[in-house]
Design a protein around this ligand. Sequence first.
Ligand code: KIV
Ligand code: ZN
Length: 516
Amino acid sequence: MSAKDKLVIFDTTLRDGEQSPGASMTRDEKIRIAKMLEKMRVDVIEAGFAIASQGDFESVRAVAEVIKDSTVCSLARAVKGDIERAAEAIKPANSGRIHTFIATSPIHMKYKLQMEPPKVLEQAVSAIKLARQFTDDVEFSLEDASRSEFDFMCRIIESVINAGARTINLPDTVGYGEPSEYGLLFRRLIENIPNSDKAIFSTHCHNDLGLAVSNSLSAVMHGARQVECTINGLGERAGNAALEEIVMAIKTRKDLMPVETQIDISHIVPTSRLVSSITGFPVQPNKAIVGANAFAHESGIHQDGILKHRETYEIMRAEDVGWHTNKLVLGKHSGRAAVKARFESLGITFENADALNAAFTKFKDLADKKHEIFDEDLQALVSDAQPHALVESYHLGDMEIVCKTGQNPRAKLVLNVNGADVSAEATGSGPVDATFKAIESVVNSGAHLQLYSVNAITEGTDSLGDVTVRLEHSGHIVNGVGADTDIITASAKAYLHALNILSSKIEKHHPQHDGI
Ligand code: KIV
Ligand code: ZN
């Protein structure tokens, strides 16, 4: 038996992470990420904010239907309609949680809620009582806790625990906290509230001052037993505390930490890649744990030290978090069953034989061009897998790009539009610009390009280029993705994928655009 307490890992990539402008995800994308989180053994998956929109409701419900081993949670304001909607969304879950919140800081109560503290307390207690009618697993958040008054927090926390809240979350909503002060807040509250032993205290930190992970760890040192975090630190503004950093800090500094998690760390890098490719938010190369350079030792002194004794410069092993272990020992002669099994080990399943055949054909094409195939390559191959509702109006047929020194690049394309071949031609400031202009000369979508990003998926010049194109049209934001060893082709595929999503009206709602 371990003498350490369990630390609950609560992932909110699909809710707070999605609140990053441009990071909206479709239902199918959320399901794919949720399955990876489940595989990683995340304790609680916050799947969305059910009241925010019909799309959000359906996403939470769909995640609740497929996830068996993690608790599935929906956010709800401390109001009846929100809680009932959250309850309905999590109904199919094996284990479901309602997470309800209300602001408790003077500034939020006065200007945002325009409510007096006693009314806030009363509303919080009613919300918990109502939520408990649907599930025993109810979490309460004191929004803007780090700027709230201590005595008021003591009163409201004691009351909501008496009303049935089993987790008390103290968000540093605006990223204002400082580690020693925020940590002490936990200790003081736990020591001062008479029934604090009836609930788990939770931390939820934003990264406005770059302190989200430090603040979360300090809270853990002072009694928090749940951490709310996101993959890659995705989240509003500067983001949330990064799951991978929290988990690895706790594991690597187990000499200091009074807790342990049940996370299977070997899934960290593949999950990071998946979230990055779905949201179109690239991971910076020097990002801890999951950045491309996180384990790359460039200096001769470091390399020499590592060769002599690995631990001289390495505090973690890259392969333990999912780097490099993922070389597929299959090549172009490999069979369908082996490739299918590898896809399945990555959480990628196929609905029917046609879908598997399509993925297998892509695998063979890639194996012809690329010597070694990695798990990341397989993920990229299906990153533009078409959800049911996607009508593929636009396909890439032929493509010819001419780049000559001193001349603007020219793109000549043949697009297949609703079954008919159409030629398109344009020049641009670069080959990608020319390609997009050629596509638009046919489609005239009226969409605005919000983001264009290219990532090499693996090392080497034969690597797949993974391109994300974010388009906005009348408030709808979509991310198209495309992968190819030729990045101009990948760019064209990503642009057409985004146009297909737009024209199929597959909605990616942003909760804030729905007035929440
Ligand atoms: O940052 C925050 O305060 C939140 C709460 C809704 C938990 O995300
Ligand atoms: Zn938050």
